[in-house]
Design a protein around this ligand. Structure first.
Ligand code: 5GP
Length: 187
């Protein structure tokens, strides 16, 4: 069975499990295209230039905005994030299955640009479990965790505007749920 060629935008609150789900899909389906974003945030342990993100200075990011180099961009948790335009347009031209890891604003922008794209929100099973997971992840400073919780509460309210909501209670089930969206039969 083949996945439907399209753009799949996966959003979540910080610590919602989105990156783990995307990594599992890319490991299983190496022909999927994953859009590597540019960001001005500091690299975290485990980040790799050109693999998880392209890390840019604020002036360089702003220059690329002016030069029209982003398909979409947004300010998230106090940093800039953007999808480089060239590679995503190439993936669309090649009819590839493309996965984009975007915040809620980015999901809305891309849905506007391409209404046929599919938006998926990964939702934690409860607010308590989510906050506990986010703190346990240990990759962010205390202020950064607080900011991510504050933003996440607003983002959770946006979940109903997505095409699909997948509850990440057991990770394996959430991965299967996302796969069933990617491989669904078009009606
Ligand atoms: P993190 O810093 O935890 O890797 O990502 C923070 C947030 O930025 C996440 O919600 C992630 O989905 C979002 N994000 C990552 N890349 C992009 C992008 O290119 N555009 C937008 N709009 N959001 C992004």
């Amino acid at each position: 069975m083949k996945a439907n060629p399209n753009l799949y935008i996966i959003s979540s609150v910080a610590g919602g499990g989105k990156s783990t789900i995307i990594s599992a899909l890319l490991a299983e389906y190496p022909d999927f295209y994953f859009s590597i974003s540019c960001t001005t945030r500091e690299p975290r342990p485990g980040d790799e230039e050109g693999k998880t993100y392209y890390f840019l200075s604020v002036p360089e990011f702003k220059k690329r905005i002016v030069d029209g180099e982003f398909y979409e961009w947004a300010e998230v948790h106090g940093n800039y994030y953007g999808t480089p335009k060239g590679p995503i347009l190439a993936a669309i031209r090649e009819h590839r299955v493309a996965l984009l890891d975007l915040d809620v604003q980015g999901a809305k922008s891309v849905k506007k640009l391409r209404p046929e794209s599919v938006t998926i929100f990964i939702e934690p099973p409860s607010r308590e479990i989510w906050i506990e997971r986010l703190i346990r992840r240990g990759t962010d400073s205390k202020t950064s965790v607080e900011r991510r919780i504050e933003n996440g509460i607003k983002e959770l309210d946006e979940a109903p505007s997505f095409d699909y909501v997948v509850v990440n209670d057991r990770l394996e089930d959430a991965i299967e749920d996302v796969k069933s969206i990617l491989f669904r039969k078009e009606s």
